[in-house]
Design a protein around this ligand. Sequence first.
Ligand SMILES: C[S@@+](CC[C@H](N)C(=O)[O-])C[C@H]1O[C@@H](n2cnc3c(N)ncnc32)[C@H](O)[C@@H]1O
Length: 359
Amino acid sequence: MNEAAREVDLDKLKGYAKHVFGMMSGATTSAMIYIGDRLGLFAAMAELGPVSSMELAEAKDLDERWVREWLYQQGAAGIVDVSDDEIFSLSPEAVAVLVNEDHPAFGAGTFAQLPAMISQLEHLPEIFATGRGVTYDSLGADGALALERGSAPWFKTFLLPVILPKIGLVERLEAGAKVADIGCGGGALTVLLAEAFPNSEFHGYDISNHALDRANHNVAAAGIMNATFHDAAVDPLPPSGDFDFIMAFDCLHDMADPRGVSKSIREAIADDGVWLITDIKARDTFAENVEKNPMAALMYGFSMLACLASATSEPDGEALGTLGFTRAVAEEIASEAGFSQFEEMNFRHPTNTFYVVQP
Ligand SMILES: C[S@@+](CC[C@H](N)C(=O)[O-])C[C@H]1O[C@@H](n2cnc3c(N)ncnc32)[C@H](O)[C@@H]1O
């Protein structure tokens, strides 16, 4: 045992242990938020209003003792409200975050990613040893669905109504434009825009088979003909020079070769085309990320469970990870790909940053 380990300050020890076990408490609470979402318990509480454990169990046809333990856990963690006579309810804010998939603050979709992400722990010892990660397909079909649920509310409530008008693309899309969604995941954005702009033609590209399955399911469910999905590994973005609008949402930091993809975007885009990059707001240093981003620990964790794993899934991957696509990196990659205009947009989003890039 080294010197530092022997000289333990008992007060500090107490504080430190509390901090560490607070993390475990967060992990188990997150797991139980996942269960509440999966079993429809939050949705039932939102519908029924204040309930006893028996009423909730009966409404969902579940075992009362287990529902009660779940309510106690969520109550102890401050996720649900509990009255003195053990009646449980959701605040309007809880309904926005945990139930309403049309609310910009909806977050239960992100909790839905947890089991798939935690299953990545199986791969991590080997990944740490070799440095070679795994693609998003390693998160399975449930992972692809959960990722989609995580971002779809944001597309509906922010991207379509707020951002597109601000970058002046609505008229062009209404008239009929050719659009690509790179790293489209389950196609939630592609399908949303294809429905909103029926005169335009949309192409989604991804390398995850599970994501492409979701995308093809979503386009069929929407019953639209103006959106097509492509496996970028075998049917990449063509160097056609005629795309009016190319989007890359929350995916460049995940790519093993973001420089190569950016070059192909340059070859595909029209001379007056617009490339909109949305990525995680990343600062130049670890210290700045920790100082300015209250979710920095969560993001470095997500990085190893998904983003950095994907960004190292090919030999010599760029390995940016969740907080690796800084403005400097974005500007350098865009310029190297042959783009001459690069503008950071101030859309005041808490976690994302936006760049409008043009030839
Ligand atoms: C975090 S997800 C974002 C998905 C979607 N844009 C969204 O916001 O919901 C990142 C996606 O990038 C995809 N991806 C990674 N490398 C890629 C590549 N080289 N070409 C296309 N897609 C890629 C992954 O498979 C994954 O679906």
